[in-house]
Design a protein around this ligand. Sequence first.
Ligand SMILES: Cc1cc2nc3c(=O)[nH]c(=O)nc-3n(C[C@H](O)[C@H](O)[C@H](O)COP(=O)(O)OP(=O)(O)OC[C@H]3O[C@@H](n4cnc5c(N)ncnc54)[C@H](O)[C@@H]3O)c2cc1C
Length: 290
Amino acid sequence: MKDFEYFSAGSLQEACALISRYQDEGKILAGGQSLITLLRQKLIGPACLIDIKGLKELDFIDYNPGSGLRIGALTTHRTIEKSALIQEKYNVLSEMEKSVASVQTRNWGTIGGNLCSADPIGDPGPSLIALGAKLKLVSTKGERTVALEEFFLDYFTTVIEPDEILAEIQLPPPAPNTGVEYMKFSAIEAGIKIVSTSVAITVEPGSDVCKEAKIIMSAVAPIPLVARKAAEMLHGKKLTDDLIAEAAKVAASETDPISDLHASAEYRKELVRVIVKRAIKKALEKAQKA
Ligand SMILES: Cc1cc2nc3c(=O)[nH]c(=O)nc-3n(C[C@H](O)[C@H](O)[C@H](O)COP(=O)(O)OP(=O)(O)OC[C@H]3O[C@@H](n4cnc5c(N)ncnc54)[C@H](O)[C@@H]3O)c2cc1C
């Protein structure tokens, strides 16, 4: 590992000042679950690490019925998984977190570190996009809010500037008559993800007519992919089995997966068709009970 300076930030303000001074030469260290591997493999060699893991001000889950949910960037996967509030109001997040890595990694890895890694096989992205997440980014110059849908740019690349820190994830209050489902396929349990999808369906009250649909697919493109054509097919329609199957086919056609040692591109496309179909049906069931 290349030598680096180490700073343990005592506050968010101090962390912002440090990253502003070092810019591209510095790296924020949260749980280190992704970063340390990159350092050890010499894929990156920053001049300094700015450790923010101890900042309590970025470790919180806060809910307000009017404005929704705020999750501090340093909240661990495990805390989100186990939060009674999230289980009650945003259950898909708790369910999704159960599929992230092992308990050990979930105990230390943070939601902010996961999103900032922008790994194309990351699990939280699709469900957070389906829930309408926004991110609060801060720097010495101030703060800005970015829709998560606009955050990812390419493999391991986001819109975050070299002097910015992700402070929190914001979600609107749960939408009425809405169900959200996350489905992931791995060849072996806790193995590397082949594909996943998160689907949000809003129905007209007491019916199976779709008012709003969002379909997000992952591991089939460099960033979480929003299946716009497939979702459009569902708007305003009765969600019959035939329509759902057709929309899933269209969703698969919107993907551009790669072949690698885990799966061929063709296999990924076929899997997407299957899991999108199942996820729409599950989300519909949830929406009708919501
Ligand atoms: C064995 C193993 C299995 C895994 N399996 C899965 C899986 O199944 N699904 C999945 O989604 N993920 C998986 N991961 C990835 C894991 O979820 C992430 O490594 C973890 O969430 C990253 O969080 P961290 O706090 O450790 O981030 P770090 O490793 O500390 O940081 C990651 C990156 O984000 C930057 N960063 C961190 N926090 C901030 C911030 N607040 N603002 C700005 N930049 C920041 C860092 O500079 C770095 O570039 C796995 C990881 C391991 C080690």
